[in-house]
Ligand binder design. Structure first.
Ligand code: GCU
Length: 667
């Protein structure tokens, strides 16, 4: 029967190689689970289910091995080495058993998933020795889900959370969601949109959230909520939401206490304030730190934290939005309560197909900065374009900020090793919905997977993650896997080429799907496409050097060095920092205009190459998955041509040059 994608990378298909299966059978005669901890129970259940499907056998759970061999033993090691994060684990062959050890139940669960991953890939047990611990402490998904079931920037159906049924009916799918996340090491989930409804602070909704949290808890996942900053006024009936007002502070304290009564392990709040029209402390002449610290105070008696977003910019057509977050937040460094983490988008604008890293990274040494990546493909073709995002995440994490000399990568800022942050965080804006296959496009599952794996270990490579995901999800046929890996690894560059080459950004408005580079009127003066690309009769691109906005000055000199000279700026970043003449010769030997045309045309044509790779993989694929992706690639091809033609025809009105020979002019 066909694969409907529901089981993600946890399919546990029957082990096909006889010798491997024989070895696995030898080491799976029992499971020893000490104690009755609910996360340990989840680990045992997962193993029983996994082994049942992989090996076709029923494995019993005991509370002691009684000196027997040939089983899987969970071993909690309390105390010992306090320098190691409690969630780390080891999976080893020891004394004739497979021993999964950790200082915490969470670690045992992660070790269990690691073992199951190992077995799904049919790797040998002989010499088994896996040791791993997370580099980042808070590894979260951010759901932009609304109480009415819609998802802001969601392309995989409606929300997974059925608020209208909760708390009485708890959809079994929540458990599968939790399993999928735990299998990657994700340990937090923010259930609702950052453009938050105050409704989530009502007793009615807290009870619903508690029912979801009860499921998450079993998989080591803490539940968080986005909050509406003006809730004391709109929900609490107070006259103000001023963070320095004693009544407002008391309201939040009580609210947080009320939440902890229902959800004793509540994770905390995520806050979008004074951003894109959302209320915030600045409405009362206060700072982001005043707002965040007020909420942090309410969390003092508990473990919860406050995640405060740095996604801010003013509706000013003459300012450079690129600079806004740095300008507002850097002066506040050192002013935030230790319970606050400031969450920063990877780039300075907004999840574009390619952005330079945000200049905030490295410039707030006294404030833990968390990473916010976007998994959902808001600017990456929704659910019809195949774009594997690990290279986007890695490109940012591997960027060198030079703040403490060479090697001061963004990853080292985020994992705390550079500035010694006590709390570290990586968040991904989720791409899940209630589609049967969770993500709409079957290949988009890989982006959820990649985010999770990188939030645990940012040193894994894009290729390693792709190969792993393909083996678990699509095929173990080597040839097929090679073609799909190639397709995935090139997909982002191909998308950039037909969509926003050479450092262009934001050629769309509104729903962020269709090309609208000509758009020069928006609901805000800065919400226009021309604001970003700056096409004119002379050239194209946003001058962010000293002769322009000088946003470059927000980076260290070594970074400025890479980008300040248009003759030396790598092409992927050229138009991010320079207004370049149409006839300027680039280092490819082509003029800007010719280079743009080359990118748009080869980018759109490369979708055909993706189609070929997919077809070559067909013999190793389930036919239903094959067909679904093949059809989506056809749509992608059509839409890539649409992007190409929209851009070329529009830019041609400024460049006033023909499309170079060899490329067919748009009809
Ligand atoms: C983008 C996105 C919005 C979202 C915002 C945010 O602008 O289009 O839908 O609310 O980012 O991250 O807050």
């Amino acid at each position: 029967d066909g694969d409907d994608g529901y089981r993600l990378w946890l399919k546990y298909e029957s082990v096909s190689t006889a010798s491997v299966k024989a070895e696995y059978l030898k080491y799976t005669t029992f499971i020893t689970q000490p104690g009755k901890g609910e996360i340990l129970q989840s680990a045992s259940r997962e193993l029983q289910m996994g082994l049942g499907k992989l090996l076709g056998k029923t494995v019993n759970v005991t509370n002691s091995s009684g000196g027997k061999t040939g089983g899987i033993i969970f071993r909690i090691e309390p105390g010992a080495d306090t320098t190691k994060p409690a969630e780390g684990y080891q999976v080893q062959l020891s004394g004739g058993n497979i021993v999964i050890s950790s200082k915490s139940e969470n670690g045992i669960l992660y070790g269990t998933f690691a073992l199951l991953r190992h077995m799904q890939m049919q790797l040998p047990i002989k010499g088994l020795s896996i040791a791993s611990s997370p580099k980042v402490r808070y590894r979260m998904l951010n759901h932009w889900d609304n109480p009415d079931g819609t998802i802001e920037r969601g392309y995989a159906g409606q929300s997974l959370w059925k608020w209208y049924e909760l708390p009485e009916r708890v959809d079994p799918r929540y458990t599968d969601y939790a399993r999928a996340n735990a299998s990657l090491g994700i340990n937090g989930t923010v259930l609702n949109n950052v453009n938050a409804s105050a409704r989530f602070m009502s007793q009615e909704y807290i009870a619903k959230v508690a029912a979801v949290a009860n499921v998450m808890r079993k998989y080591g996942i803490k539940t968080y909520l986005s909050v509406y900053f003006a809730a004391p006024k709109t929900l609490g009936g107070l006259k103000t939401s001023d963070p320095l007002d004693p009544q407002v502070r008391a309201w939040w304290k009580e609210k947080v206490a009320q939440i902890y009564k229902e959800i004793p392990d509540f994770g905390g709040f995520l806050v979008k304030a004074n951003s894109e029209g959302e209320p915030g402390p600045q409405d009362y002449g206060r700072t982001h730190a005043d707002g965040a610290n007020m909420l942090a105070e309410a969390f003092q008696p508990y473990e919860g934290i406050v995640v405060w977003r740095a996604f801010v910019y003013k509706a000013d057509p003459n300012a450079d939005r690129f600079k806004a977050a740095y300008e507002e937040f850097v002066p506040l460094d050192g002013k935030f309560d230790p319970k606050v983490i400031v969450q920063v988008k990877n780039g300075p604008i907004d999840f574009q197909p390619r952005e330079p890293f945000s200049p905030l990274f490295g410039n707030m040494p006294k404030t833990p900065l968390g990473m916010e990546f976007q998994i959902t493909q808001e600017y990456l073709g929704f659910a019809t374009h195949a774009v594997y995002e690990a290279p986007i995440f890695k490109e940012c994490l591997d960027s060198d900020t030079y703040v403490n000399g060479a090697g001061s990568t963004v990853a080292k800022v985020v994992d705390g090793s550079l500035h010694g942050y006590a709390r570290t965080l990586m968040a991904g804006v989720a791409n899940t919905g209630n589609s049967r296959n969770w993500t709409g496009h079957p290949l988009a599952q890989a982006n959820w997977y990649a985010f999770g794996r990188l939030s645990w270990d940012h040193q894994l490579s894009s290729e390693q993650i792709a190969r792993e995901w393909i083996a678990l999800t699509l095929t173990q046929n080597q040839k097929a896997s090679g073609h799909i890996t190639a397709l995935m690894l090139r997909s982002r560059e191909i998308y950039v080429d037909y969509n926003t080459p050479i450092g262009l950004s934001r050629p769309w408005m509104g729903v962020h799907f269709a090309p609208e580079p000509w758009q020069n009127k928006g609901s805000r003066p800065d919400w226009t496409a021309v604001y970003y690309h700056r096409a004119d009769s002379i050239g194209l691109g946003f001058d962010r050097t000293v002769s322009g906005s000088n946003a470059l000055a927000q980076y260290r000199p070594q970074v400025q060095q890479q980008w300040h000279n248009p003759d030396q700026t790598p092409l992927p970043y050229l138009l991010w920092f320079h207004h370049v003449r149409w006839d300027k010769k680039l280092n490819t030997g082509r003029t800007l205009w010719e280079e743009l045309c080359t990118r748009f045309y080869t980018g759109a044509d490369s979708v055909m190459w993706m189609q070929q790779q997919w077809d070559l993989a067909k013999p190793g694929l389930d036919l239903q998955v094959y067909a679904e992706v093949a059809d989506r690639l056809k749509v992608q091809r059509r839409e890539a041509i649409w992007w190409r033609d929209a851009w070329v025809l529009y830019l041609q009105t400024f460049a006033k040059q023909p499309v170079p020979t060899g490329f067919e002019p748009p009809k």
